[in-house]
Design a protein around this ligand. Structure first.
Ligand code: SAM
Length: 409
């Protein structure tokens, strides 16, 4: 039985209304980070829950037969539950896993990947799927995007489930240099010296703690950062993508290139060249493709400064580029792709299949779209050779996965 918002009792079932309160037990954490529970034949997805929690939850929303709920009371905490150390947890839209101890976070991420492989890719996941832990589960993020509102003097992150700003004084997941920047920018907001034509600032940290800033409407503060990974030096700015957790980049690059061999390779969605430079050391020729102009300018410069004249960069959407060039390309031995969360666009998948490289290395920050694209490759005669993950995003449900595919027919 459940209690509706007026204090009356309702049955959790077809009639369960938004606002009703229900007691549930969380079975596991699903892709997307929500806890799964069932009550009277209905599926509930509960935010910020831990597997094993017995909770009183309130139904906030209903989509189809699925109820979305928030925690009203923890009736019996899961043994995996810990007290979230951040005072903004639950209000801030940034972290959604601080309620889990770190071991449980890693286990939940492995389960999320397995779940996506089974349900979406229709592949049997390896039983021993490894999620490499982050060396630092706190103070690891070297990039932050802050919003601000001058009149309300609010400076922080987008709040959970809204467009409001969660005013944040201290953030426990950013590196100390970014915390100092956050404090400085908050003070600038207070004395009205932040640009009033902007409402967002992005900050990234490079080697030796150097900070590069950008803001959405003014370019006045842009300058670049550099980062050395595996002996390669990368220039980038806050306006282009660079991985946020620098502590795991060396093993991530090594894993993505584990089977990289042959004459010619493609690095699709190459950013500023994180994988293009090491690929250019192994192959006679490498072509990187990336849509963001600012990123490709840096990728070209990064290759040039490393004296890697066998690396070429194309500024284009990957799907468009492959549609135009796939037929004309010489034999491609190895394709590495590292698309954004949405995964590879259908034309990109089609183009790669047309090229039929012996091996594909797929680096992904979203297990669900990864699984969707893996299915497409396995249906086209590729076999999943190995899959593992890196915890680039502690305290959140996000995880970076590397899957290797080999041509089997
Ligand atoms: C996850 S990042 C990977 C970047 C790079 N491999 C790295 O690890 O630093 C995805 C990149 O894809 C780019 N991108 C997004 N959509 C794209 C598209 N349709 N075609 C080409 N690049 C795209 C983004 O600008 C971003 O640089």
């Amino acid at each position: 039985m459940s209690k509706d918002k007026n204090g009356g009792r309702t049955r959790a079932g077809e009639s369960t209304t938004v606002g009703a309160e229900i007691d549930v037990v969380i079975e596991r954490v699903l892709p997307g980070g929500l806890g799964l529970a069932h009550a009277d034949g209905q599926t509930l997805l509960v935010a910020l829950a831990a597997p094993g929690d017995r909770l009183r939850v309130r139904v906030e929303n209903k989509r189809g037969r699925t109820l979305f709920a928030s925690i009203v009371e923890i009736l019996e905490p899961s043994p995996q539950r810990v007290k979230p150390p951040c005072p903004y947890f639950g209000r801030c839209g940034g972290c959604d896993f601080q309620q889990l101890n770190y071991e449980a976070q890693l286990a939940a991420k492995a389960e999320i990947i397995r779940d996506c492989l089974r349900r979406i890719a229709r592949l049997e996941p390896p039983a021993d799927l490894l999620v490499t832990p982050a060396p630092f589960a706190w103070r690891y993020r070297s990039r932050a995007r802050w919003q601000y509102e001058r009149e309300a003097e609010k400076f922080g992150y987008v709040a959970r489930g809204s467009h409001e700003i969660c005013d944040v004084v201290e953030c426990p997941v950013i590196v100390p240099e970014l915390q100092t920047t956050l404090t400085t920018l908050r003070e600038k907001l207070r004395v009205r010296s932040l640009p009033d034509d902007a409402d967002e600032i992005e900050a990234v940290v490079g080697d030796n703690g150097a900070i590069a800033l950008s803001s959405s409407l003014t370019n006045a503060n842009i300058h670049e950062a550099t980062r050395t990974v595996g002996g390669e030096r990368y220039r980038f700015s806050a306006n282009c993508f660079f991985q946020i957790n620098h502590d795991l980049l060396e093993p991530l690059v090594a894993e993505a290139l584990r089977f990289a061999s042959g004459d010619t390779a493609l690095d699709l969605y190459c950013g500023v060249g994180l994988f293009t430079l090491p690929l250019a050391r192994r192959f006679k020729k490498v072509i990187g493709v990336e849509a963001n102009k600012s990123a490709t300018r840096y990728a070209i410069q990064n290759l040039r400064e490393a004296n890697l004249i066998n690396g070429m960069i194309e500024t284009s959407a990957v799907g468009d580029w492959l549609k135009t060039h796939a037929r004309a390309l010489e034999k491609i031995d190895f394709v590495l792709l590292d698309p954004p969360r949405a995964g590879a666009e259908p034309e990109a998948i089609g183009g790669i299949k047309e090229l039929r490289p012996l091996r594909i290395s797929y680096v992904s920050c979203d297990p669900a779209t990864l699984a969707r694209d893996l299915r497409s490759f396995t249906e086209a005669g590729y076999e999943l050779e190995s899959i593992c993950a890196f915890d680039l995003f502690p305290q959140t449900h996000h995880v970076e996965t590397v899957a290797h595919l080999i041509q089997s027919s």
